[in-house]
Design a protein around this ligand. Sequence first.
Ligand code: SF4
Length: 164
Amino acid sequence: MPDLQYTGTQINYYFVCKRKLWLFTKDIRFENENEYVQLGRLIDENSYKRNKKQIEIGKIKIDFIDNKGVIHEVKKSNKIEKAHIYQVKYYILTLKKMGVENVTGEIDYPKLKKRKTIVWDSDDEKEFESIFSGIKEILSQSGPPAVVKKNICSKCAYYEFCFV
Ligand code: SF4
């Protein structure tokens, strides 16, 4: 600990789909062609515009930091997911390891008109050890993990690659 060479997207994909994580990391990308990815980008670029100021620190890209020092991530999703929560916790971990303590996060869901507060818990360090070792194991494989059909597949940028 810590393995801070990952991006927030990789942490997110670890929870969403192991195959997607592998393909994305190996630079097999179809992101521009998918309408749902485009929609996500549009919402990212147009929501909460008053506060908008994306910040890159190491491998992470924080959507914006508000005037109370809270880090924000904007999600187009219509449900709160573990992938989003751990993506923001990863941002908090990165900042902690750089010496910035007591950071909290917020995930903004414009479609839901909701916000979820994210705080660092005492178990999170252990949780990330397991996440990092899981990611390492997946990425060490010579080919992508097998297709496992999920509800999100039809909206995934890799749908045609996996199913057609
Ligand atoms: S289409 Fe489904 S199985 Fe294929 S990468 Fe996307 S989420 Fe994973």
